[in-house]
Write a protein that binds this ligand. Structure first.
Ligand code: NAD
Length: 453
């Protein structure tokens, strides 16, 4: 690994990746090879957790293609030198900011959207002009192998390299000096990454998880809220970092809301055969999720097929904040529904928990919307919908506090892998004597006039 990173650093220092035409060529090539190998990607992910072509395209590859196209279209604008005003004290001078790639980047992916979470940060790093070592999650091992095969056939290792493996391999990688580490995964492992990065003062972006609430208020379009929540929650069988983790519903509409949720589940016919459901990624997660289902609180679903690793879409009702299901991120097809009497209490409860990655607000009231947006700190979210904000590349996507540091997609991704060099350029035709010795009272008077404070 040491040699791999040395080679990448040597390649980076040859300044080839600083050429915008080089970056554009590589991004176009990436799109070409991904498209040419789509079938391989579909087969691999289906073997890993039976994800369908429809879901793989819409929630993984399409997002990566979109990021590539967006970067190609905007690269010159993102990378151009930006002029800024020069202040009076520095007169006469020109001031500008140059973006430059940070260098050798490490991208560590999570398993739940294995292509998107490894490739989208890689696209951002390539657009910014970095070389990249990608370490996909080892859990969906076939998707990791597919990415390794396709990328290593198309790119030299000194530019783009895929390292397969789990904790030992990642630990070894983390001992090396990178110029940027981009991590997607749990808050627990995020802390390990942050500590390792600190050893080399390496900047990080941490895309982490959390318990994302959905508020369903008494005045919302309840039918639409139920429809959208069911889609967002059970997409990828709930194994989505921005899925609504739990619902806070006003007590007056609880029964009606639960009925609508159940009706939506039945309408959707979630199953692997219908291409709209997936397996739980592994036995460990099946066991973890199973112990979150309190049989006394099942409103709908709750069937667990351990052999097939399938948990049916499950709604829990009468849930309290002290229940097992509320102690950690669910990250599976279980939706706890908690009722609230007044909004203050609901907001306070959420604010007692670590900062979530997302928050969703289903309401028609502008006042309620403003209150929640103003009073709860979270990564990003939607009003009257859920999950879909991820699909807008104009948004910086990321968490805050416990749910992450930094953000990406679109220009935010370019910035995540860039350093901004501020340059003040002086002409030689004038030099004011004020800063030079001797420091007289007359000079100080003039300086004070300049500063005006
Ligand atoms: P994870 O933290 O277990 O693993 C993520 C990566 O870290 C994997 O590549 C893994 O190999 C590596 N890793 C695991 N343990 C390690 C260790 N001890 N030392 C070094 N590396 C280690 O996360 P996961 O189970 O793959 O993903 C689930 C979590 O990721 C959830 O919390 C979810 O919310 C979060 N997530 C966040 C986003 C986001 O965009 N913010 C997206 C997807 C998933």
């Amino acid at each position: 690994m040491k040699e791999l990173i040395q080679n990448q650093r040597r390649f980076f220092k040859a300044h080839k990746t600083k050429d915008l035409r080089f970056r554009l060529r590589q991004l176009r090539k990436l799109k070409r090879i991904l498209k040419a190998n789509e079938q391989l990607f579909y087969d691999a992910i289906h073997k890993d957790f039976k994800k369908s072509e429809f879901d793989t395209y819409t929630t993984e590859l399409a997002l990566v293609y979109h990021d590539i196209e967006h970067a190609i279209k905007n690269l010159y604008r993102w990378a151009r030198t930006q002029k800024v005003a020069t202040n009076l004290v520095n007169f006469p001078a020109k001031s500008y900011v140059i973006s430059e790639p940070l260098g050798v980047a490490l991208v560590i992916g999570a398993w739940n959207y294995p292509y998107q979470l490894s490739l989208a940060p890689m696209v951002a790093a390539m657009a910014a002009g970095c070389t990249v070592v990608v370490k996909p999650s080892e859990i969906p091992s076939r998707t990791a192998a597919a990415m390794k095969k396709v990328l290593s056939e198309a790119f030299s290792e000194e530019y783009i390299a895929v390292v397969e493996g789990g904790v030992p391999e990642t630990t070894e990688l983390l001992q090396q000096k990178f110029d940027k580490i981009f991590f997607t995964g749990s808050s627990f492992v995020g802390k390990i990454i942050y500590k390792a990065a600190a050893e080399h003062l390496t900047p990080v972006t941490l895309e982490l998880g959390g318990k994302s609430p959905a508020f369903v208020t008494e005045d919302c379009n309840l039918k639409m809220a139920a429809k959208r929540l069911i889609w967002g929650k059970f997409l990828n069988a709930g194994q989505t970092c921005i899925a609504p983790d739990f619902v806070l519903v006003h007590r007056s509409i609880e029964e009606k809301f639960l009925g609508l949720l159940k009706a939506e589940i039945e309408k959707e016919h979630f199953s692997i055969e219908n291409d709209n459901y997936v397996q739980i990624i592994n036995d460990k997660n099946v066991a973890r999720l199973q112990q979150m289902i309190d049989p006394a609180k099942i409103y709908h679903g709750g069937e667990v097929n351990t052999e097939e690793r399938i948990i049916s879409p499950t709604i829990l009702h009468k849930v309290t904040f002290s229940d097992v299901v509320m102690q950690e991120e669910v990250f599976g097809p279980i939706l706890p529904v908690i009722t609230y009497e007044n909004l203050d209490d609901a907001i306070n409860k959420v604010n007692e928990m670590p900062e979530p990655l997302s928050c969703y607000i289903f309401t028609k009231s502008g006042k309620t919307k403003k209150r929640i947006l103003n009073e709860i700190t979270f990564g990003g979210g939607c009003v009257n919908d859920n999950v879909v904000h991820i699909a807008n590349p104009n948004f910086p996507f990321g968490g805050v506090g416990n749910s992450g540091i930094g953000n990406y997609h679109g220009e935010a991704g370019f910035r995540a892998f860039s350093h901004y060099k501020s340059i003040l350029e002086k002409p030689n035709w004038l030099e004011l004597p004020l800063k030079y010795y001797p420091h007289t009272s007359g000079k100080l008077w003039w300086i004070k006039q300049f500063f005006k404070f």
